[in-house]
Ligand binder design. Structure first.
Ligand SMILES: C[S@@+](CC[C@H](N)C(=O)[O-])C[C@H]1O[C@@H](n2cnc3c(N)ncnc32)[C@H](O)[C@@H]1O
Length: 471
């Protein structure tokens, strides 16, 4: 009988006994791993009360960031909602050591509460600072006059020096780049004696870079608009056509319209400063690892934060255009330093810093598939570093909130066939650093990455986004 008649072709020749042996071994090993993983995850979950609070799902991953007044001044996909202040009944003095673009500090100000925010990303800290700094009437007037004369202001200035970012001419069309750099010079010139107004306009300028750019943020970095995603791959778009479709024939007008729209919206939202409590709000550009240096023994009623998730996402990669063009970094060494100082949630962080993670993490790492690419890239050390870093921050949070609660919004992750239950491990670390009680509010389920889906069939319910409450 021919192979074809037997339902086989030459690519699916019958396995030889040796291969059967290997396949069987792999299957038995896979079975053993899944059994051990199930046991460990179940035992870990049983350590804490896990309350289902799906009603909180809209607030941990917040779409309102792009439409809510003031919060919409700078797009930060990673933001959570200021409504968590009400939902979690936070106290009058709140600390957010990973404050991003200021969801909590702004939310606190509008509710008449006080907040201190910290973030390592200088753009995030800057954006929070601008939002927390009300402009007086005369500054608003200056901004309005700048806006009214925007084209004239831009065209009467030469270009600001182009940053040394290697892809600077790739991320903007030449005519757009000209507008970006001229308008930067116009801002510095027109507001040279009014820092608050300058910062306000500068934030508007920063936040339109992606809109006017030939790039956009996606996944773990940026993608170019001259490519289109089609069924899992990227195809080239016709040069000349895509620019016309995106910017129209007048790229200068496209830039001016985007800048005007952003500035007008920010001026409109500035009415928010007329009520609430804006004085005494504080934002610090720095690392949460040095939290106690910044808070200097201050006590807070509540702490809330969402650290970067352990998902290999490098914030400094996706914000590199804004970091360079805004002069927040002036060299690749500056960028490298930010990456190294960040929480070890991505592979560009400093994985060489020592780490002493919880024991249960090692049990989970031992079950990882060592053939998986994430293993080879160094995910085990990344995980060890991540939970070590979390411990450093939690210990200082404990000291900052001696009588109140600490809320941590986290997402579990999956690597090399293993789920890492970040929420439970955070609770374990919380108790270790001195909190007395811990519970977990499960807010929603996360999807497992396509390459992990088969391996983790049956484990989907462990992929949670939760709020860990420590007190
Ligand atoms: C999930 S985001 C927080 C977003 C924030 N809750 C908001 O609503 O905008 C995590 C933040 O941690 C910051 N980050 C990373 N490493 C840090 C560190 N060592 N210290 C302080 N912030 C850090 C990132 O820049 C990012 O803004």
């Amino acid at each position: 009988m021919s192979l074809a008649a037997n339902g086989m072709n030459d690519h699916t020749a019958a396995p030889c006994p040796k291969e059967i042996d290997q396949n069987e071994k792999a299957e038995i090993e896979g079975h053993r791993r899944r059994g051990s993983l199930k046991k460990i995850l179940k035992e870990l979950d049983e350590l804490f009360l896990i309350e289902q609070r799906f009603d909180l799902a809209p607030y941990v991953h917040w779409k309102g960031n792009s439409v809510a007044p003031m919060h919409r001044w700078f797009r930060y996909r990673e933001a959570y909602s200021p409504e968590l202040i009400d939902k979690l009944e936070l106290g009058c003095r709140i600390l957010d050591p990973f404050c991003g673009c200021g969801s909590i500090p702004i939310g606190a100000a509008t509710r008449g509460k006080k907040a201190v925010g910290i973030d390592l990303n200088p753009i995030a800290a800057f954006s929070t600072k601008v939002k927390l700094t009300p402009l007086n009437e005369s500054s608003i007037k200056n901004v309005k006059s700048f806006l009214e004369e925007l084209p004239k202001n831009i065209f009467s200035h030469d270009r600001w020096p182009q940053p040394e970012l290697s892809i600077a001419t790739k991320v903007f069309e030449p005519r757009v780049l000209d507008m970006v750099l001229r308008s930067r010079a116009a801002i510095e010139f027109c507001f040279s004696n009014n820092t608050d107004a300058r910062d306000f306009v500068f934030l508007a300028w920063l936040s339109i870079l992606e809109t006017v750019g030939s790039y956009y943020k996606e996944g773990n970095g940026i993608k170019y608009r001259n490519k289109r995603r089609k069924k899992g791959k990227y195809e080239d778009r016709v040069d000349g056509e895509w620019q016309l479709a995106r910017f129209g024939s007048d790229q200068e007008k496209f830039f001016i319209d985007a800048f005007s729209k952003q500035l007008s919206m920010m001026i409109e939202d500035s009415a928010l400063w007329e009520s609430g409590s804006w004085e005494g709000q504080k934002v610090i550009g720095g690392s949460a690892f040095n939290l106690s240096d910044f808070t200097r023994g201050d006590n807070f009623d509540s702490v809330i934060f969402s650290p970067p998730y352990a998902n290999r996402f490098d914030y400094f990669e996706s914000f590199k255009v804004e970091l360079w063009f805004g002069n927040f970094v002036k060299s690749y060494a500056d960028l490298g330093s930010l990456r190294k100082a960040s929480m070890r949630s991505h592979l560009n962080a400093d994985l060489k810093r020592p780490a002493t993670p919880p024991e249960s993490l090692e049990d989970l790492i031992a079950l990882m598939d060592q053939e998986a690419s994430s293993w080879r890239m160094g995910v085990p050390d990344l995980m060890r570093g991540y939970f070590h870093d979390l411990g450093i921050v939690l210990r200082q949070c404990r000291a900052a909130v001696p009588k109140g609660k600490c809320h941590i919004v986290v997402g579990n992750s999956a690597f090399a066939g293993v789920i890492i239950p970040t929420d439970v491990l955070t609770a374990i670390i919380g108790l270790k650093v001195g909190f007395k009680k811990a519970k977990i509010l499960e807010t929603r389920h996360l999807t497992v990455a396509p390459q992990q889906r088969n391996l983790l069939k049956g484990f989907e319910s462990y992929m949670r986004e939760s709020i860990v409450v420590l007190e």
